[in-house]
Design a protein around this ligand. Structure first.
Ligand code: ATP
Length: 229
């Protein structure tokens, strides 16, 4: 198992946002974390990425201590911060300084990732003029710079128009051949485009954890009113 979560909880003041969830993710799998607003998706993903301390519970990655593995995670937040006056390339150079790659390796990696997310032709354009889809693809490029083993994406397509959504989902379909992916969404159709399995989160608890095929034969998706398109 690459990810092993046991009895994870998060309480904000009086409100328990995540209520003792347990799950595992096998290396090489793509898993969608599906759930309506307020289900606890962001809270869960931020705890996995090490951005938020759990109230209780255990997070293990590849049987190593979390802190060691965290350098192997690429994370794209729900609302990534971009600097509109920077070009795409400048932004990745800036972000990449944290990646511990040598300057030459970083330049090569920036060229490679910009091509991979189809932003090579606009690498010298300012981010302020980018569409939502282009920004999201730039965020993905940033998350990929250090060649992570696990990619965690918080609602990567929720705010995008159909074209932007299609482009990002196509990129994820290619990426799933190379790394383990966990991404959150409100929409079952997004999961169906890319993933092997889904976990449905509702009010801080996992209502379903299994393959997409088995979900189709169950009532779980309608039970939490997941949108199907
Ligand atoms: P969305 O789809 O709307 O992004 P989500 O499934 O990602 O929702 P979370 O953002 O994890 O859900 O929030 C889970 C619950 O925790 C919600 O009730 C939310 O209001 C609450 N919550 C989240 N962050 C905080 C915080 N910093 N302080 C207090 N409550 C919070």
């Amino acid at each position: 198992m690459l990810v092993n979560i046991q009895n994870l909880t998060k309480t904000y003041k009086q409100h328990q946002a995540v209520k003792g969830i347990s799950f595992q993710i096998e290396k090489g799998k793509c898993v969608a974390l599906l759930g309506p607003n307020g289900a606890g998706k962001t809270t869960t993903l931020q705890m996995l990425a090490g951005l938020l301390a759990p109230t209780s519970g255990k997070i293990q990655f590849a049987n190593t201590a979390s802190a060691d593995f965290r350098q192997r995670i690429g994370f794209l937040p729900q609302h990534p911060t971009f600097f509109p006056w920077m070009t795409a390339k400048e932004f990745l150079q800036f972000a990449g300084k944290l990646s511990q790659l040598s300057k030459t390796m970083l330049e090569d990696k920036i060229t490679e990732t910009l091509e991979f997310v189809s932003l090579k032709d606009v690498r010298n354009k300012r981010i302020g003029g980018f569409s939502g889809g282009m920004k999201q693809r730039l965020g993905l490029a940033q998350a990929l710079l250090h060649e992570p083993d696990l990619l965690i994406l918080d609602e990567p397509v929720s705010a995008l128009d159909p074209n932007g959504r299609r482009d990002v989902l196509e990129i994820l379909s290619k990426l799933k051949r190379e790394m383990t992916i966990l991404f959150s969404t409100h929409v079952l159709h997004d999961a169906e485009q890319v993933c092997d399995s889904v976990m449905i989160l509702k009010e801080g608890s996992i209502m379903w954890d299994g393959s997409l095929d088995s979900l189709k034969n169950s009532q779980a998706s309608s039970a939490v009113q997941i949108k199907t398109a």
